[in-house]
Design a protein around this ligand. Structure first.
Ligand SMILES: Cc1ncc(COP(=O)(O)O)c(C=O)c1O
Length: 390
């Protein structure tokens, strides 16, 4: 996959020596800029916008998120707890499958709980009724598989053959919507307006007659709304049209769009040598700190990369032979101690870090590119590694 990172923005003037290494540095002003764009879509499109915590759960910014958006969406019990502990507003929870023992707390925490199939709703009817009898108020939703593939890579396509994500719309019958308040559709990944428009064009006729009985329609995430080339006016128009034509409250739940181009991962070169290629080992590991580099896979953009110069293969300190971040061009070959930074690392990288090989977790810093105030939010140590093992 291609990196979707734009330009470095204010990070072009950030002194990489100001933070420990490795360290995520998130620019609050960039987050606010993204949130303002989404709030504008919300206000003019008449939709509710939720932050998908799975993409960006830097909860030290929860109050900032609340200034712009309606709430958050969670992927299960722990994100739902995080939402209620730190975030504000609406909470929607969706998981492909729930454990019976988790569901009472999820129902108590959430405003909407979305199920993956009518069978699951039926199986948990008793838990739902008990919660309501106890005075809890929540909506029930059903995730649909629109059976219309738009994702460019199968790994990110919830409509792939045999997908476990969502109830196939071709199997949907009116009786499946008994006790259902809303529908959820998520089939995009880092995409513009056109694929959304095509999905909706294919789905809308299949939902004819079903939507009037429902309260809401959630169009999921994957909308790259804050990318410069996103057709925001068209999105606003579509959101309004759906709401007006079908009388439903429309939700979107972007994650990546909130933190797009808003954070870097700063690291340091630990060693260099020549092995037919210029090789550099950094304290940033692809497998531990940017696993999507291997999983997606993609090549993250390097801050200040040159067009011409020395090409250097940068990899991490783990034992994995494939812990390679990519080949990058430097004006002169970096030496041990050289600071580097990869762009657009605030979303997904931060939430996916791990300590394989006992590789330390990156610290987390918040920078205000307007005031230049830098706050160290969190630093991790040996005990964080030890305490998740037995
Ligand atoms: C159900 C659901 N909602 C929202 C999102 C957020 O997507 P993104 O971060 O690409 O906007 C995802 C991502 O996988 C998702 O699965």
């Amino acid at each position: 996959m291609e990196t979707q990172a734009g330009d470095p923005g204010a990070f072009a003037r950030f002194d990489l020596g100001r933070v420990p290494s490795p360290c995520f540095v998130v620019d609050e002003q960039a987050i606010r800029r993204n949130l303002a764009v989404l709030k504008d879509v919300r206000d003019r499109g008449g939709a509710q916008v939720l932050l998908a915590l799975k993409a960006f759960s830097m909860w030290s910014l929860a109050d900032v998120v609340a200034e712009y958006l309606d709430g958050v969406c969670a992927s299960g019990l722990w994100e739902a707890r995080l939402a209620r502990e730190h975030y504000h507003g609406h909470l929607t929870t969706y998981s492909p499958a729930y454990r019976r023992e988790d569901l009472p707390e999820i129902l108590a925490l959430s405003d909407s709980v979305i199920f993956n199939s009518p069978d699951q709703i039926a199986r948990f009817r008793d838990v739902i009724e008990t919660a309501r009898a106890g005075g809890q108020v929540f909506d029930i939703g059903l995730r649909l598989n629109p059976e219309h593939s738009e994702a460019e890579v199968a790994k990110y396509d919830p409509c792939q053959l045999g997908s476990r994500l969502g109830f196939p719309v071709s199997q949907l019958k009116p009786e499946h919507l008994d006790g259902v308040d809303g529908l959820h559709v998520h089939a995009l990944c880092e995409q513009g307006f056109d694929p959304l428009q095509r999905i909706w064009a294919s789905l809308e006729p299949k939902l004819e007659g079903l939507l009037p009985g429902l309260k809401w329609l959630n169009l999921g995430g994957g909308h790259h709304v804050t990318r410069a080339d996103y057709r925001r006016e068209d999105l606003i128009g579509l959101l309004r049209t759906i709401a007006e034509r079908h009388g439903v409250q429309v939700y979107i739940e972007p994650g990546e769009a909130i933190a797009l181009d808003a954070g870097i991962l700063v690291g340091e070169i630990l060693d260099t040598f020549d092995n037919g290629l210029h090789v550099a080992i950094s304290d940033i590991s692809a497998t531990c700190h940017m696993p999507d580099v291997i999983e997606a896979p993609y090549r993250p953009a390097l801050l200040g990369e040159r067009e011409a110069g020395v090409s250097v293969r940068i990899g991490g300190p783990s034992c994995l032979a494939g812990d390679i971040i990519g080949d990058y061009v430097f004006a002169t070959a970096p030496t041990p101690g050289t600071r580097i930074a990869f762009l657009d690392q605030a979303h997904y990288s931060m939430v996916k870090t791990n300590t394989f090989n006992g590789v330390p977790l990156p610290a987390i810093a918040l920078w205000d590119s307007e005031s230049d105030v830098l706050t160290m939010v969190r630093e991790f140590d040996y005990t964080d590694f030890r305490d998740r093992l037995s």
